[in-house]
Design a protein around this ligand. Sequence first.
Ligand code: MG
Length: 389
Amino acid sequence: MKNIALLGSTGSIGTQTLDVVRATPEKFNIEVLAAGSSIDNIRRQITEFNPSTVIMSDVSAAKVLDEEFTAVTVLSGQEALKESVVTCDIVINAIVGFAGLPVTIAALTEGKTLALANKESLIAGGPVVQRARRMMESSIIPVDSEHSALHQCLHGYQSDYDHPSQSIKRLIVTASGGPFRGFTAEKLDKVTLEEALKHPTWNMGPKVTIDSSTLMNKGLEIIEAHELFGIEYGQIDVVVHPQSIVHSMVEFVDSSIIAQLSMPDMRLPITYALNYPERSEADWGSIKWDEITKLEFEQPDFDNFLCLKLAYQAGEEGETAPAWLNAANEVAVSAFLNGQIKWVDIPHLIAQVLDSYDSRKAEEEHDIYEADQRARHIAKQLITGKVNG
Ligand code: MG
């Protein structure tokens, strides 16, 4: 039985992870649950999964739960979160955004298997995360569906060959295109929050849903793929595939392509990550070939979806540039969710923040936090100027 720390348990990935655990309870023991402030949801999860430790970022929620569940250790704060990984075999980092970075580094430094749904930590933390990963030879099993697909395409192939990267021509990351696929600049100028929150194929949390609508999610995933698989940016392409059945592909030097296909359900990549290197029986829906009658592919629109271009640029720049991109994006998306800026302002705001990028090297963990803070500060100033002006 594997002991699991599920960090971000009340979010979209967190609750779907619990579906996977519920389906095969003999395989997994939920040792740690961590959430923000959703006290009613975590209460139900504690009762059902009986974890030994619960961590809430909200201090008052932690107090309430501590009095209520005397057999459970209830804690709060970043240190508790980092220490919680020690007693577990697998750490599922499903925290939203940059806040997931300390957990990613802690899990890798402790030599744990990291099932990573928090792509932002890998993107922003780049070189620092890689060092932690190498030091302990810790493994990251991606939960992101595209990277799970790439991992699956690469895995069977690489096992008995010493130089797998020499066989890879390119990674082809698929994108649904989001709700605004095919929109002209005029139409994009008028899109609303409600429209941006309606994703055509995936049901996800608000941050990643907005990122999908701007294609920043795909941009971040390009950087994620580079960090996970060590492939150069010039060899990572994006193809729009509106049906979200082909989750990504690997093209080899002989032009043969291996793809991974399944219905769009995050519980599959979660099942894969939790059971790796084994495969577990799971029934999250098979493809019905009489219903899926066509699979379409088209080129992404780099001109109207500027975020994708910005992500490639920040990725190529390396060092703390991806941390700046990520921070600017998180601030822009939350300003959009709060009604402070328009959807079309998101890419322009990020581009403006990146204009101030100071080329700081990513040598230590604090370089990443400081880069993140600086980019956030500039982004917030720009928004204040915009709202007041
Ligand atoms: Mg994805």
